[in-house]
Design a protein around this ligand. Structure first.
Ligand code: AN0
Ligand code: CP
Length: 339
């Protein structure tokens, strides 16, 4: 694997889940694979889970790890081509990327969406420059449009908890938009939808299959590139009926039909708060597990009682980030070592 951005990059999900189980049972099984190999983790944005879990994953594989916070100590980087660099940015990505590549074997990138230029974001401009100019395998640690390490950890978590439920019907997984005071990227819901749709068929990932439903207010339609074939239900209460897993996330307007609204928060505060996940919606589910990628704003996205309920999976879900990252880095090391 030379790039990890989309679900297809991982191949068979059943195989990937089997590897996740193997690694969870013995995190250090492949500790020799990464000997004398270096992972460089480049952060253009804040992180708690991705930063810690990806470092831990690299260490599980015996790798050396370097973490770079671009905005805390490095030169400010220009990312656009052709600009006269007479502002506050001292260095261009086009020099910085090959330099970074010269000190490592694998590069992870966190670079969120601008939320101002849809075309630039959806072309994955920053990530693709790393692929093109670093000379190294590159993986996404949340890029402009995707967060595959999160979606893989979410799938691992759903697979583990679905196994404790009767397998007489597909598990119902609901992705629900939820309120947030600031505009957030679409990367997490894009990837979650992409991975759930890939996992939907019986036997593709879970033995019983998945029934996947997305619910959000009108105007928040995700890019069909990620949601083609998904059921969309605008009535949140209807969507939640008999759900086994509720996956909450805020996202700003994806600008699919109204490009001028890209990256905006569309609704007023009061309408927005109807979407906060609370006992009112959870009561119509099949005693659903609550999931969120974290960080989460309590009593905006979800009420205290729902996130603190025994059915909430937010902590095991975050813990599985170490497992998803270990599987992905192991695959990248295998590809490196086979050359
Ligand atoms: C980010 C987002 O919504 O994409 C990261 C989530 C993993 N969240 C925030 O910026 C709060
Ligand atoms: N879920 C997630 O990626 O969290 P961080 O932003 O803290 O890394």
């Amino acid at each position: 694997m030379k790039s990890f951005l989309n679900v297809e990059d991982l191949g068979s999900l059943r195989q990937a889940l089997a590897e996740a189980t193997e690694i969870k049972n013995n995190r250090f099984k492949y500790v020799e694979k990464g000997r004398n190999k270096t992972a460089l983790l480049v952060f253009f944005n804040n992180s708690l889970r991705t930063r810690l879990s990806t470092q831990k994953a690299a260490q599980n594989l015996g790798m050396n790890v370097i973490v770079l916070d671009v905005n805390a100590g490095a030169w400010k980087l220009e990312t656009e081509h052709g600009v006269v660099m007479d502002g506050d940015k001292s260095e261009h990505l086009l020099e910085a990327i090959p330099v970074m590549g010269s000190y490592c074997d694998i590069i992870g990138i966190r670079s969120f969406a601008s939320l101002t230029d849809r075309e630039y974001d959806y072309a994955e401009t920053v990530y693709n420059q790393f692929v093109k100019y670093s000379g190294r395998p590159v993986f996404a640690m949340e890029t402009a449009t995707v967060h595959p390490l999160q979606a893989f950890a979410d799938l691992i978590t759903i697979n583990e908890w679905a196994a404790k439920r009767p397998a007489d019907r597909p598990v119902k997984v609901v992705l629900t938009w939820a309120p947030h005071p600031r505009a957030l990227p679409q990367a997490v819901p894009n990837s979650f939808a992409q991975w759930m749709l890939a996992a939907q068929a019986p036997g593709a990932a879970l033995p019983q299959g998945i029934e996947f439903v997305i619910t959000h207010p009108i105007g928040y339609e995700l890019d069909p590139k990620f949601t083609k074939g998904a059921t969309i239900e605008y009535d949140q209460m209807k969507a939640f009926k008999d759900a086994d897993f509720v996956y909450a996330k805020n996202w700003s307007c994806p600008g699919v039909s109204r490009i001028e609204a890209y990256g905006r928060v569309l609704n007023d505060y009061d309408t927005m708060l109807d979407w906060t996940v609370s006992a009112r919606q959870m009561d119509v589910t099949n005693n659903a597990h609550f999931m969120h990628c974290l960080p989460v704003r309590r009593n905006m996205i979800v009420t205290d009682d729902v996130i603190e309920a025994p059915t909430s999976l937010v902590i095991p879900e975050a813990a599985n980030r170490e497992i998803s990252a270990t599987v992905v880095l192991k695959r990248m090391l295998d590809a490196l070592n086979s050359h």
